[in-house]
Design a protein. Structure first.
Ligand code: ZN
Length: 94
């Protein structure tokens, strides 16, 4: 897939030459984070395999759900030291 309309942002040229300047914009879970490029504001996220992928609206939704589950799990873990990553994976549909 090639996007021809991406040349409008001059910072994208910088990124294509020197690489993106990603910084963590949000910690979703222990393993999933959202990254934003300081130059062109391109957003990435970590998928279930630990690879970086484009942060599409769908993945934003998934991350909101993930974060919710993660937060609740952490609250529950304070009372009970029991964890199930299978539950988390199923809930998100990976
Ligand atoms: Zn960039």
């Amino acid at each position: 897939m090639s996007k021809t309309n991406s040349a409008s942002n001059p910072m994208k040229l910088y990124c294509s030459l020197f690489g993106h300047q990603y910084e963590v914009s949000k910690k979703v879970t222990l393993h999933v984070k959202e990254y934003t490029c300081k130059c062109c504001k391109r957003e990435l996220t970590t998928n279930s395999n630990g690879n970086l992928i484009e942060l599409t609206p769908k993945f934003k939704e998934i991350n909101v759900i993930l974060e919710d589950i993660y937060t609740r799990r952490r609250l529950r873990l304070k009372q009970k030291a029991f964890t199930s990553s299978i539950y988390l994976n199923k809930a998100v549909g990976y």
